[in-house]
Design a protein around this ligand. Structure first.
Ligand code: GDP
Length: 434
């Protein structure tokens, strides 16, 4: 959903305006400049359109170097927003600080609406018109406190939002089968597994209506759903195995992973995790695809080995602790029915989107409970977070300063605990304000 950022000097009435927009007394309003509130993002709805409001009053700068801080605040908000409301106190008029912020705002391509707040009555007409001097176009006279003018302003905000999100965002339309790469070193059991899956459900299919499938791919029904296993020509026919050099094979594997949405890495539970396995695992984790680790040949694993294996696995797989695991036997068919649910789970995680309001509510509580360690006399702060994309989920943290890598890992771990992203990598980018 689109994001509306409310930007302006301290005490111009940003939080009152946010309250007016969300129609609730959610944002705590303190009549003291520089008060830092604990929440900045809220879900709002106007004329049936849902959007997120970011109250930058929640990250008001200290008294020193205010102009620079306000400009930086505006910059961070612009980065996250689809539309910016720049709020000015019309009873005071445009100040130098306002003018400095406007400079930043005008450099961006985002639409900016100029809000002439505290226009509590009709007699403010002259003051409101004087704000044309800021060069942001028409000032919108509003009394955030009494509600005057806010409806017109919101109509203008909706008009400035990007056109309604395309429907496929909400309604999954007809789409081809999900693409799976089945990878693993030679002799780990890839073709055995593919054949087993095909046999179990008696169902290698040749085509799916309305889709074209590369002849090197296999369509296999597992768990009642058709999956497209990419680049399996060599596996299916069980001939010409181990053709080409290792280099060539690894290029093919990389291409298959790239083409896939979710990758099954097949490992041999009867052997140690080799260097080749490790290379494959890092390739997969860097590709940004969902991952299911399938430990094959489980029928060869006895109780002693199982115990040892669990430890080894935890140690060896530090690289991708989030990967889903299944212990299977392509030979006996043990637990192969667990593969389809794992693939589905990985894809759900891979395509999961956390609403901005919910994300920030959680994050605020987290950083309050466990703030970033103090560094050079100050603790870097996270101001606001968004999730701009999925497949895989990507998060952006807007911060006062760069964050320690250890703290970013902490945020990722907690994010996974809270929202669950089993089977999917997530990407966290940190954007410090300059
Ligand atoms: P690929 O090179 O990865 O396609 O591996 P294959 O499917 O050709 O399997 C290599 C060897 O491992 C064959 O002899 C298979 O019979 C054997 N194999 C595959 N899966 C299993 C399994 O789950 N248990 C056991 N014991 N052997 C297996």
């Amino acid at each position: 959903q689109p994001v509306l950022a409310v930007v302006g000097r301290p005490n111009v009435g940003k939080s009152t305006l946010v309250n007016r927009i969300i129609g609730r007394r959610q944002a705590v309003v303190e009549d003291i400049p520089g008060v830092t509130r604990d929440r900045v993002a809220y879900d709002a709805n106007w004329a049936g359109r849902k959007f997120t409001v970011v109250d930058t009053g929640g990250w008001e700068p200290d008294a020193k170097d205010r102009a620079a801080a306000i400009a930086a605040q505006a910059e961070a908000a612009i980065a996250a927003a689809d539309v910016v409301l720049f709020v000015v106190d019309s009873s005071i008029g445009a100040t130098d600080e306002d003018a400095a912020a406007v400079k930043m705002l005008r450099r961006s391509s985002k639409p900016v609406l100029l809000v002439a707040n505290k226009a509590d009555n009709q007699n403010m007409e002259y003051e409101v018109h004087a704000l044309w001097s800021l060069g942001l176009g028409q000032p919108w006279p509003v009394s955030a406190l009494h509600g005057r003018g806010s409806g017109d302003l919101l109509d203008a905000v909706l008009a400035a939002f990007p056109k309604q999100a395309p429907l496929e965002d909400h309604v999954p339309g007809p789409r081809g089968p999900r693409r799976v790469a089945l990878v693993g070193r030679p002799n780990v059991g890839k073709s055995s597994l593919l054949n087993r899956l095909a046999r179990e459900e008696r169902s290698v299919v040749d085509s799916v209506a309305g889709t074209t499938v590369d002849p090197v791919d296999s369509l296999v029904v597992i768990g009642g759903e058709t999956w497209q296993f990419v680049d399996t020509a060599g596996l299916r026919k069980r001939v010409g195995k181990a053709s080409g050099t290792e280099y060539f094979a690894s290029l093919r594997t990389a291409a298959a992973i790239e083409t896939s949405e979710v990758t099954v890495v097949l490992l041999d539970s009867s052997e140690v995790i080799s260097e080749q396995d490790q290379r494959l695992l890092s390739m997969v984790s860097e590709a940004g695809r969902g991952v299911v680790l399938a430990f094959n040949k489980w029928d060869l694993v006895d109780a002693d080995r199982r115990h040892y294996l669990d430890k080894e696995i935890d140690r060896e797989l530090k690289r991708i602790p989030w990967a889903l695991r299944v212990n299977i036997s392509a030979l006996t068919g043990r637990a192969v029915e667990k593969l389809a649910p794992a693939l589905r789970q990985a894809l759900v995680s891979w395509e999961k989107r956390i609403p901005t309001g919910q994300l920030n509510q959680w994050l605020t509580a987290l950083v309050q409970a466990t703030p970033h360690p103090v560094r050079g006399g100050r603790a870097p702060r996270i101001l606001f977070a968004t999730q701009p994309s999925i497949s895989p989920p990507k998060f952006v943290l807007f911060t006062t300063q760069p964050l320690d890598p250890g703290y970013v890992r902490f945020v990722e771990r907690k994010l996974r605990e809270e929202f669950g992203f089993e089977g999917s990598p997530i990407d966290i980018a940190v954007k410090p304000r300059k």
